[in-house]
Ligand binder design. Structure first.
Ligand SMILES: [Zn+2]
Length: 311
């Protein structure tokens, strides 16, 4: 099996490989979600492999595969009925089929915001098991209420088949969060990495089970998969396998340097400034992902215990 039913489904849409859906969002007057934190953003669709697409805008990136029997979708964007409709409209630019399966890459509201709408529409929403507990109390400035929990859960691996195509969710360990799932489309050789792939800075959510060492180790597991295209959780373009490898290398360099600074007794209050003064490291750390002390506490704890554990 080389591709999905490209001729059946996709040929007539070939000209729509790069489509902004702002022009497709005419149903917008429908009742807006009360207290929605932000207006729906346009969703842009990019074909990254035959019949596999990334949908950019309105939250974290979504990935979807169009098959003759329906759509397998990864991540549901920021909460809000208008944003849900913008995502559906984007999917409709390449296939008339319904969304059958939805995978969540993790619990954050910019990736799970519209789980509820897809569940109501009959899709099976699937997530790593520890999401359920987290979503009992999770709140986010991105969402007026807690995102709906997945109805189907797994611990380490979950496989679906649809229209002759396979999607496999893997959970290896905590990395970006404690409930990370990486979704692999083996026939298309595409992997959706969620926020394990984010060029801005390596973003581990320590209060929710994230770990910088785990982040690197999970990138190592992603690299063991046979893929040519990786869809990041944020950013406008897909990544090559070489880009994933380079990204892991940068994180490992950061871990190595951070471990040395911690071993040398660098106080937490000076850590960010010290590491940002380094030359040769890829990121300037700070802001919402690195400044909060719980993340530094977790970093010190794990790098003090297990320096060099990325190998
Ligand atoms: Zn996230």
């Amino acid at each position: 099996m080389t591709t999905c039913s490209r001729l059946m489904l996709c040929a007539s849409f070939a000209a729509l490989q790069l489509v902004g859906s702002s022009a497709l969002a005419q149903p917008a007057p429908a009742a807006p979600a009360p207290a929605a934190p932000r207006a729906a953003a346009p969703v842009t669709v990019k074909e990254v492999a035959p019949c596999v697409y990334m949908a950019v805008g309105g939250g974290g990136n979504s990935t979807f595969q169009a098959t003759r029997n329906g759509v397998t979708l990864v991540d549901t964007k920021n909460m809000g009925e208008d944003q849900y409709k913008a995502l559906l409209d984007a999917i409709k630019t390449v296939t008339p089929k319904k969304v059958v399966f939805v995978f969540d890459t993790h619990h954050h509201a910019d990736h799970t915001g519209n789980n509820e709408f897809f569940e109501k529409d009959g899709a099976k929403v699937i997530g790593q098991g520890s999401m359920v507990e987290v979503l009992k109390t999770y709140t986010s400035t991105l969402a007026p209420h807690t995102p709906a929990s997945p109805k189907a859960v797994f611990q380490t691996r979950y496989t679906v088949r649809l229209g002759g195509q396979t999607a496999i969710a893997y959970h290896w360990r905590g990395g970006h969060t404690g409930n990370d799932a990486v979704i692999y489309f083996p026939e298309a050789r595409v992997v959706a990495g969620g926020d394990l792939l984010d060029m801005r800075v390596p973003n581990y959510d320590a209060p929710f089970g994230g770990s910088l060492l785990g982040y690197s180790q999970s990138l190592g597991d992603i690299l063991k998969l046979d893929f040519t295209v990786a869809v990041p959780g944020h950013g406008d373009d897909p990544w090559t396998k070489d880009q994933v490898k380079a990204y892991k290398d940068k994180i490992d360099a950061l871990i190595e340097r951070a471990s040395a600074l911690i071993k040398a007794g660098t106080p937490k209050e000076k850590f960010i400034d010290t590491i940002n003064a380094e030359t040769g490291l890829a990121w300037k750390l700070g802001g919402q992902f690195w400044a909060p002390m719980p993340r530094l506490d977790a970093l010190y704890a794990e790098l003090s215990k297990a320096p060099g554990a990325t190998r």
